[in-house]
Design a protein around this ligand. Structure first.
Ligand SMILES: C[S@@+](CC[C@H](N)C(=O)[O-])C[C@H]1O[C@@H](n2cnc3c(N)ncnc32)[C@H](O)[C@@H]1O
Length: 307
């Protein structure tokens, strides 16, 4: 059964999560999912779920964390899957039916900043992965997590930290802008325009964009400010050779839901000559696996005070 939304039902979130993050390539999707599974498991471990509990997974997407939780705990677990994306929620619901776990699941379309229809102090654990970055008011989102948790309830977050990618884009832009006219380096110039299309590339843009205006340490402070206790944060950085070595996948993918794919950037912002030059320079490097990717993830766990 095809559980995916059709084209007219897609939004930016479903389009990215179900297609662009792996360049619409099934093989790359398998590689990506295998890399994300341990991250999801780590978030789940932080929630310390047990039989009979109720979990809220905020910004559930295709239910990655929620369904792993059901698999781990079994039929006594209740899960509330929330998301602002109606197509993704419908997709997750279809997956729940396919897995025959729909009676354990509730689906709520709402923002992380206002967990609609979730009662105060009714939840044992809250998980969220790769969602807070897109929420402008992260403190309000954490306040909502605290509101719905029972006293002693646990919060477990796994959040990519993207600000270093933006700092790199900003440094590149500065380097390119400082080159004297006539002596521009084409490689750095193309690289800078590509990165600048996917990440904020000035100090002002970095400071005003929700995906880059916070650090892992800010997450700790936010959790403290809204009244969590037993806060533990681990920041993991992994710099590895890129798993993408097909030019088509490289063109079709993007690093986060708000970033256009490289093919769109080339089509919309580069001339024909620039596109050809871009491919001449970058394609051999992609195919020779010369690119590296850096994943920076903050894992935060916390507890609502017992009284
Ligand atoms: C990168 S995806 C992560 C999906 C899922 N948590 C996972 O681990 O695969 C981001 C998700 O956050 C959702 N989202 C974005 N902004 C949100 C908001 N303000 N409130 C709730 N969900 C949001 C998107 O619809 C999408 O499902």
């Amino acid at each position: 059964m095809n559980t995916e939304p059709n084209e007219s039902q897609m939004d930016v979130w479903s389009e990215w999560l179900l297609h662009t993050r792996f360049g619409n390539d099934h093989g790359q999707e398998q590689i990506l999912r295998a890399a994300i599974d341990p991250i999801a498991d780590r978030v789940l471990d932080g929630a310390r779920l047990s039989a009979g509990m109720t979990l809220v997974d905020i910004g559930t997407g295709d239910g990655l964390i929620a369904f792993r939780a059901v698999d781990a705990i079994g039929p006594s677990l209740r899960v509330i899957l929330t998301d602002i994306s109606a197509p993704l929620l419908r997709h997750a619901e279809a997956l729940a039916i396919q897995r025959n776990v729909q009676s354990q699941c509730r689906f709520i379309e709402c923002s992380a900043s206002a967990l609609k229809d979730v009662d105060d102090a009714s939840i044992d654990a809250v998980t969220t992965r790769a969602v807070l970055a897109y929420v402008p008011d992260k403190v309000q989102a954490l306040r909502e997590c605290r509101r719905v948790l029972k006293p002693g309830g646990r919060l477990s977050i796994g959040e990519p930290i993207l600000r270093d990618d933006a700092f790199e884009a900003a440094s590149l832009k500065q380097l390119v802008d400082a080159q004297p006219p006539g002596l521009e380096d084409r490689f750095f110039s193309l690289l800078s325009r590509w990165k600048g299309a996917q990440f904020p590339d000035t100090e002002e843009k970095i400071a005003s964009n929700p995906i880059t205006n916070f650090s892992e340490r800010d997450l700790v402070r936010f959790a403290l400010d809204v009244g969590f206790t037993d806060i533990h944060m681990e920041f993991h950085v992994n710099v590895l050779p890129s798993t993408v070595h097909s030019w088509e996948v490289f063109l079709g993918s993007s690093p986060h839901p708000w970033a256009p794919s490289l093919s769109r950037i080339l089509a919309e912002r580069f001339s024909t000559e620039e596109r050809e030059l871009f491919e001449t320079i970058f394609r051999p490097r992609v195919e020779a696996r010369q690119f590296v990717t850096a994943d920076r993830i903050a894992y935060l766990t916390a507890r609502k005070p017992s009284s």
